[in-house]
Design a protein around this ligand. Structure first.
Ligand code: FEO
Length: 389
């Protein structure tokens, strides 16, 4: 696409990647993504904020044809989907200087072989004048690497945020407007990328208080022209408040664990508790991650596979542990045939979670009276805990 104007001298550039279906060789991208770059032309100097994934370098280079010299390339985040085209741009613009935070220099040198002498570190709060426009850099660490920062352009009331507030969605519109689909993509993005750093995000959100902007311009997905919507969503997602929601990721090989999960769902729903269950051979892990943004409780269901938990359950437990959702309660249920150590295995995998374990037991063979009595006990526990939410 051609560049798009946000304000006089401020343009969206970059590439919309309709076909990409996986990020980090793990995260599903059902809606593709975009790599946004922003050109800011002041009366004296020109800056480009972030670049694009190296696979799409040619798109950005074409958009920059005829722009003239670029004085500064602002690298808000060193991950290659934003910084990967910097080396090519430095070749084309031999006077350009890379602007980054203090923790980014090492990453840019190591990952992209950018010469240290082409890099200028800016401090938290430092400003860079482009003439009649000013770029103010604010450190916002861990969104989602340690070096990340955002850039405020006060004259045009634009806040550039790179991954922070981003969404993996390919679309032709520049602005998000009030599109609920964008907010869903932003929640998926938060769940998969930002959630592990929830406490730091709370601090970063506070840091933005007092800045007056009309646009949030992330480096994935559309620009927010109603920034209050995404700010309020982030306040909610990153808060300590959980919902009356139980998430049940599970596998069933011969039906026993599935039967237990169905019983649990019926009884929980009957008590006014919302449930989302995820059968892990078919689950989109992005959907599972999104459910974990709000959930109070997770119940993991597994059969014994040989003597351990099912490998799909092991993978899901490791993912949940890495995402560090704000869960308060957990349980492990399931069925075994002749032996198991699945409970210990899953418990060990979820050591990052600060949860109270309400039940952790696999039952031998088909569910029987003892099994259903134990499940009733779990339902009662969850009901009692959720009543206090
Ligand atoms: Fe969009 Fe952390 O890179």
């Amino acid at each position: 696409m051609k560049p798009k104007k946000i304000a006089e001298g401020v343009q969206w550039m970059g590439a919309v990647d309709w076909d990409r279906r996986l990020f980090d060789a793990l995260i599903p991208l059902p809606d593709g993504t975009s790599y946004n770059s922003y050109l800011v032309q002041g009366s004296e100097k020109t800056a480009l904020i972030d670049t694009v994934d190296p696979d799409k370098s040619d798109v950005l280079l074409n958009q920059l044809e005829g722009v003239g010299e670029i004085d500064f390339i602002v690298s808000q985040h060193s991950e290659q989907d934003h910084s990967g085209s910097i080396p090519l741009l430095l070749e084309k613009h031999d006077q350009a200087v890379v602007i980054c935070s203090s923790k980014a220099e090492d990453l840019l040198v190591n990952h992209l072989s950018i010469p240290a002498e082409r890099i200028k570190i800016v401090e938290d709060g430092e400003e860079l004048s482009l003439g009649d426009k000013t770029l103010r850099f604010l450190y916002t660490p861990w969104v989602h690497w340690p070096e990340t920062m955002v850039t405020f352009l006060p004259e045009d009331r634009v806040l550039f945020t790179c991954d922070f507030f981003g969404s993996h969605i390919a679309m032709t519109d520049l602005y998000a407007g009030e599109d609920a689909y964008v907010m869903e993509a932003a929640k998926r993005y938060y769940a998969e990328i930002m959630m592990p750093f929830r406490k730091i995000i709370q601090k970063n959100l506070k840091k933005l208080d007092g800045l007056e902007f009309d646009f949030i311009a992330p480096s994935h997905g559309p620009v927010y022209d109603h920034p209050e919507n995404i700010l309020s969503a982030y306040e909610d997602w990153a808060s300590d408040q959980v919902s009356n929601l139980v998430v049940i990721p599970y596998i069933s090989m011969h039906g026993s664990t599935g039967n237990m999960v169905d019983y649990l769902v019926t009884e929980l729903v009957d008590r006014g508790i919302t449930v989302q269950k995820f059968e892990l051979t078919t689950t989109d892990i992005g959907k599972l991650a999104m459910a974990l943004v709000d959930a109070a409780t997770i119940v993991i269901g597994t059969p014994a596979f040989l003597v351990g938990a099912h490998p799909h359950v092991i993978s899901a437990a490791a993912l949940v542990n890495a995402l560090r959702p704000k869960l308060k309660y957990a349980a492990i249920i399931g069925s075994y045939g002749w032996g198991n150590r699945a409970v210990d295995q899953i418990s060990d995998l979820m050591s990052n979670l600060r949860v109270e374990m309400l039940a952790a037991e696999l039952f031998k063979g088909l569910p029987d009276e003892e099994t259903y009595a134990a499940l009733d006990g779990l339902v009662e526990s969850i009901e009692g805990k959720h009543a206090a939410i």
